[in-house]
Design a protein. Structure first.
Length: 181
């Protein structure tokens, strides 16, 4: 057991299968220069041995979010990680945009994210509506927009599940079966 993956482990003797990951920042105020959480995610994706398939910024707008996510779903992207728009203010609409698109929601993601987040920010984790699911065979993870939340979400949850060497199981090994009928 290691600190990164309680109850699991990374078998370093195996090669990693690179996953095509897209990063989407959802914000009315950030641009390419000020998109620190998007940059952190992009660097983490590449640093983990994955391919950064795409990176974009869209405003806090349901239709803009859906258009970008659905565009990537049909382009060979295997996972999408969003940052921003998961809070509880009036402009935070990421869950409303993404949840109806899910073929399946990954309920445990929110639970685990909040457990990890609580260790960093305490009860402030209640202000997040982080979620994850599958859209047409593509994993979608929606994280809050803060740098700390992005680090916690990627480093302590998503990275292990997108690592084909993680045992006893990982999401990469399920990818070929996500569209089974």
């Amino acid at each position: 057991m290691n600190a990164l993956t309680p109850g699991g482990k990374i078998n370093q003797s195996l090669p990693i299968k690179a996953v095509r990951v897209a990063v989407l920042t959802i914000s009315d105020t950030r641009d390419e220069e000020s998109d620190t959480s998007g940059h952190i995610l992009a660097e983490r994706v590449k640093g983990a041995g994955h391919e950064l398939a795409a990176k974009a910024i869209v405003p806090d707008d349901v239709e803009a979010i859906r258009k970008q996510v659905l565009g990537w779903v049909g382009e060979g992207v295997e996972a999408i990680v969003t940052t921003g728009g998961t809070g509880i203010t009036g402009r935070d609409v990421t869950p409303e945009a993404i949840r109806p698109l899910f073929d399946k929601e990954i309920d445990g993601f929110s639970v685990i994210f909040h457990l990890i987040s609580y260790q960093s920010v305490g009860l402030s984790t209640l202000q997040s509506r982080a979620l994850a699911g599958i859209i047409k065979g593509v994993f979608v993870f929606c994280l809050p927009g803060s740098n700390g939340a992005v680090r916690d979400g990627w480093d302590k949850v998503i990275s292990a599940q997108l690592d084909s060497r993680h045992g006893p199981c990982n999401m990469v090994e399920l990818m070929p079966r996500l569209l089974e009928a």
